[in-house]
Design a protein around this ligand. Structure first.
Ligand code: NAI
Length: 252
């Protein structure tokens, strides 16, 4: 399917995990795709990589302008770059709060602000932000990360309202636990990796982790003209984690 032919997309955090799966699917569906990442060296054609740090406004502005020039505009922006944090509200020092909010919330602000002039010129403008299961569900040891992803959801609604009359749609995707290098790093740090993976699988009603490709499919749907009437929504791709309550004994 090449339904995105003629469209240009920018994906932040597109050198790994969900971002890479999304950039690859956008390209497969016919879009011209630029990836903005701290380290885009591993990217392969047709993806075009630009070095950018979303916590640095100068770097974001330069990379977005360079991407728009190479692509001939921007129709789709996927804000996927993000970092995690573990701890209760008592655990993380102020510097870490500033750092995580700077990347996860202000990072999205910087790329959106730099891309808006191009998006306004597009007939199919769409922004997709990446939230998380922690946006809607309280998980232990994720106070700071949850605060950042809750802000992503509220910002999605506010941006959708601000730009709907300019023809720019804004939505977000809330993944459950996704099998990416990020979760791989969390597993490596665990005392008993097999037990940790089993616990993460069991936390999802589907009994397994979400794949990056499954999240990418939802992002690409929201980014595509097929979702022309969809704006200001959050689409959960979480194996039922946010919405379902199953009995622990597996009985119906
Ligand atoms: P990942 O660690 O595999 O990939 C993240 C990418 O973002 C990397 O390529 C990294 O270089 C880039 N990045 C990080 N900081 C950056 C910065 N300051 N500027 C530019 N690029 C930067 O992570 P994954 O799992 O693919 O996560 C992607 C997004 O999905 C994140 O926003 C994360 O919060 C979100 N998410 C992930 C879940 C999971 O279980 N893996 C679940 C829910 C949400």
């Amino acid at each position: 399917m090449t339904d995105l032919e003629g469209l240009a997309a920018v994906v932040t955090g597109g050198a790994s995990g969900i971002g890479l799966a999304t950039a690859s699917l956008l390209a497969e569906r016919g879009a011209r795709v630029a990836v903005l990442d701290l380290d885009p060296a591993s990217l392969k054609e047709p993806l075009v990589g630009f070095t950018a740090d979303v916590s640095d406004d100068t770097s974001v502005r330069a990379a977005v302008a360079a991407a728009a020039e190479v692509l001939g505009g921007i129709d789709i922006l996927v804000n996927c770059a993000g970092i995690g944090a573990i701890g209760t509200v008592a655990d993380n020092p102020d510097e870490q709060w500033h750092r995580v909010l700077d990347v996860n919330v202000l990072g999205l602000v910087r790329t959106s602000r730099a891309a808006l002039p191009y998006l306004r010129r597009s007939a199919h403008a769409s922004v997709v932000n990446i939230g998380s299961i922690v946006t809607t569900t309280g998980l232990p040891q994720r106070a700071l990360y949850a605060a950042s992803k809750g802000a992503v959801f509220s910002l999605t609604l506010a941006m959708a309202a601000d730009h709907v009359r300019e023809g720019v749609r804004v939505n977000c995707v809330n993944p459950g636990t996704v099998d990416t290098p990020w979760v791989g790093r969390l597993l490596e740090a665990a005392h008993d990796q097999a037990a940790e993976r089993a616990a993460l699988n069991a936390r999802q009603p589907t009994g397994r982790l979400v794949t990056a490709e499954e999240v990418a499919a939802a992002i690409v749907y929201l980014a595509s003209p097929a979702a022309a009437s969809v704006t200001g929504t959050a689409l959960a791709v979480d194996g039922g984690m946010a919405g379902l309550r199953l009995r622990a004994d597996a009985k119906p």
